[in-house]
Design a protein around this ligand. Sequence first.
Ligand SMILES: Cc1cc2nc3c(=O)[nH]c(=O)nc-3n(C[C@H](O)[C@H](O)[C@H](O)COP(=O)(O)OP(=O)(O)OC[C@H]3O[C@@H](n4cnc5c(N)ncnc54)[C@H](O)[C@@H]3O)c2cc1C
Length: 476
Amino acid sequence: MTAPRLVWFRRDLRDTDHAALAAALVGGGPVYCAFIFDTVILDALPGRSDRRIAFIHGSLQELDAALRARGGGLIVRHGNPVAEIPRLADALGVAIVDAGRDYEPYAKQRDAAVAEALVRSGRTLVLHREHVIFDGDEVLSKAGRPYTVFTPYRNAWLRRLDETGVPSFDSGTASLTPPPVASGVPALAEIGFGESARFDLAAGCVVPGMHGAAERLDDFRERMLRYAEQRDYPAVKGVSYLSVHLRFGTVSIRQLVREALIIGGAGGMTWLSELVWRDFYFMILDRFPHAVTASFRPEYDAIVWEEWPQGLRAWQEGRTGYPLVDAAMRQLASSGYMHNRLRMVAASFLCKDLGIDWRHGERWFAEQLLDFDLAANNGGWQWAASSGCDAQPWFRIFNPVTQSERFDPQGRFIRRYVPELAAVPEKWIHAPWRMPAAEQARCAAVIGRDYPFPIVDHDSARQATLARYAVVKKAG
Ligand SMILES: Cc1cc2nc3c(=O)[nH]c(=O)nc-3n(C[C@H](O)[C@H](O)[C@H](O)COP(=O)(O)OP(=O)(O)OC[C@H]3O[C@@H](n4cnc5c(N)ncnc54)[C@H](O)[C@@H]3O)c2cc1C
């Protein structure tokens, strides 16, 4: 009889188009499925109520139900995977553990340790390309090196896609084996987390699981046609809002690439480009792990940042006096999501208006974002700080007022998240401190009383930033 296999689910919480599950089923023997609540990750979280854990938990319940419908079920453990996976493999008598390849430094080191422990008992960990379209050496420059500039990477990625097509790993309704050990998803309290985050998700209309992903994709499919024109306007429903589902794999990247190719045109192709950015940053993280803690371009580590805790706190709490930045930061705090245009504006404001080290902002986003992904977050922050690969040039500094005029022209987004400015006329909404005193009183938005004065003067901050970044110019 063929030896049993164990599929170890991590950030791929679905049972369709799943490379590891399909490979295990092809083996023909019994297939078991497991998920470990990794205490190394959980213990490092700042709080015991976390929207992401609630999202994972809801997604696991749905996955467990889907696996049970195939005759199996999800074995869930809470502990360090380096001990838990070999222990389970032993209890189940499996020869092979299948999982999706992860590119984060911690995950790589964890997987190496699990593989080593399994080898000691004659077992193998097989990692499948699951979270990206291409990895490893699949997209290299003509010189055989990893790309560090996006456009040539995307062109090579598209050429490669033409050659290979998008594989599908559908295992249909193939049957699984009932686990001979305890299975099912424990309550959040059993892993030390509160229930309240579940209500936060519901309040933000975030539905976990494959079902939630399918709903968002259904809602986006027709809008994808207009993505190229609408994606930069946070008040408009122009983007897909699928990032949390991509983060936890409740939808497959392969399915989304196929959808973009089917829609095609400017909308489909622009959206496909964003999915390529995602692959690009995973590749950068995999190949250049020094960027996790240091600047991708080492000369940027010579920059001397401001130590300004009150400035950081005002930014985190959406009290900078720049309405678009404040609306963005409040959207993040209340929903765990921030629109891409606003991530760029808010990140630029922290580094180039407040002069605060991008790593402080990166950490705050990592705590707050429901879709937090080390690769994209680090890539996005280093782009804004100009220290990354293919980043915004250091002398290009977003003006938070003109960004606001351009991308939220009527101030609709601002009014939604900064209610104290709700009655401010369109003319003043982007820079309310310029509003005459009588007008401020009339619309109950007195600057300094109802809403803060700008924390910095943008023009002076811009000059200070150009001086701060001069060390980079000298190094170049
Ligand atoms: C400072 C900063 C931090 C960021 N942090 C994250 C993060 O932690 N997690 C995250 O998923 N994205 C991050 N992004 C990228 C981007 O802002 C989000 O992916 C996007 O806003 C998610 O919304 P959406 O799903 O509606 O996007 P859509 O516009 O519908 O795009 C579809 C998908 O493409 C991918 N994508 C889009 N833009 C990018 C990008 N610039 N880099 C990498 N992938 C991209 C995402 O997976 C996204 O879900 C960050 C960007 C910046 C500037």
